[in-house]
Every structure is written in C-alpha cells, then in structure tokens.
Design a protein around this ligand. Structure first.
Ligand code: URA
Length: 229
C-alpha cells in the first residue's frame, strides 16, 4: 500500500497532510525515513513511526480505555469532556467510537473501535456479550437482593425482565455482577429495583477482555479482536 494511503487510513489527516508528513521526513519505516509518499509498503506486521511515535498498522482499530470518572461517552458531551479527548488525534480522526456507553461516573473498561460491524456485533442484544461490573452498593446486599437479581427484575418502562448471570460477593456491600444485556443505566436500575443503590460502578470485563491491572485510569492500548470475542 502507498505510504500516503497508509497514513490516511490510520487517521493522520487529509491525503495532502499525509503526503506532507512524508515529504517533511517525519515518517519512518523500520527505523529509516521514507520521504516518498507514493512508496509501496507492505502492511503485514507493519509498525511505522510518525514524529517519534510508533504506530502498529491496523486495518480496523480496537482500543481498550480505562475510563476515569468525569467523562462522557458521547461524541458531543453536554456537561463533561468526551472520552474521545483521552485518545490521540489519529484515533479520533479515523472515527473510533465507544462500543456502548458507560455513565459519566462509571469507571473502568471501555472498548472503542472504528469497525461499525464490530460495534453492531458487540452491542446487539441477541449476541449476549458478557460484561462484568464491580459494584459498591449503598446498603448491604442481602441474599434476597442477590436472588432477585439472578432471577430477573423488571425495570421501569421495560417489557422484559433483565437478570444477572452471575454474582460474586466481595464484602457485604461490594460484589461483581455479570450481565449480557446493555440497557440504559442497567446496573443502577437493577440495584434500585431490588431496593438498593449503586454508590460506585466499575467495569472489569467486556467479552473475553479483562481490564489489565497495569492500564492506569485515562490510559488506553490497542487490543486484538481475538482478545475480545
Ligand atoms: N449500567 C449502568 O447503570 N451504568 C453504566 O455506566 C453501565 C451499566
């Protein structure tokens, strides 16, 4: 693939800007400057460098972000900055967007991608992608509450019950709960439906991917599709 096309596809600006990056000697392939924007480059396992930063070539980008509190998942946020502001410009330019949403005060694993088909696959209700949340509740979580969550609760305005697939207690107010649906404010509404309240909510896993311990809040990394589903 031509260098100009590689840079363009990876979000480095307009074709004109991408040609400029090469012509100005700001792009390295295998450690050597390539000034010819039309040079043909093999994209297999390619890692290219722009202004000293290494980028793996990815036909579609999949990113794991450790979302901090105080960020909205919307492209056009209303009250807080967008999670997209935590990503570098090339990822925003190539149209990476969140797979589903986490509330502004929810922390933890957020997957983003520019692969529209993948977003559909991961968010479609029939695909039952598992998400695990760590929840701290306002009141002790009783056995009755746990059983109700596992049996299913009817949320306001919904026709069908939603349920927890698994619950693992950590202490009397903290537990991990896995769900496969993705209704609006689902976890908070589920806790409210059993007479409790979410004090803090943190997503630990999405599909097969677990938030890595060494990924600090606000940090992101590329991940492979095989790690996710
Ligand atoms: N459920 C919620 O209530 N909020 C989230 O951010 C995610 C799941």
């Amino acid at each position: 693939m031509r260098l100009e096309q590689i840079l363009f596809s990876q979000g480095f600006g307009t074709r004109h800007e991408c040609r400029g990056l090469a012509l100005q000697g700001r792009v390295l392939i295998n450690g050597a400057v390539v000034e010819d924007p039309y040079q043909d480059i093999n994209t297999e396992n390619l890692v290219f460098t722009v202004d000293g930063v290494d980028w793996p070539y990815m036909e579609k980008a999949i990113v794991a972000l450790n979302k901090p509190s105080g960020y909205e998942c919307s492209r056009k946020p209303l009250h807080h900055p967008s999670v997209l502001s935590l990503l570098p410009a090339p990822l925003r330019t190539r149209g990476v967007q969140p797979v589903g949403r986490l509330d502004e005060d929810t922390t933890g694993l957020l997957i983003l991608t520019d692969d529209g088909a993948l977003i559909h696959r991961l968010t479609h209700p029939k695909k039952h992608v598992e998400k695990i949340y760590r929840i701290t509740a306002k009141h002790p979580v009783t056995e009755v509450m746990r059983n109700n969550l596992l049996e299913g609760v009817l949320l306001d305005g919904e026709k069908e019950k939603v349920k927890a697939d698994r619950i693992q207690c950590i202490d009397d107010r903290t537990f991990e709960m896995s769900i496969t649906q993705g209704k609006y404010h689902q976890v908070k509404r589920m806790l409210a439906a059993v007479g409790n309240r979410v004090e803090s909510l943190h997503r630990v896993t999405f599909g097969r991917y677990q938030l890595p311990e060494d990924l600090a809040p606000s940090k992101w990394r590329f991940i492979a599709l095989e790690d996710l589903i």
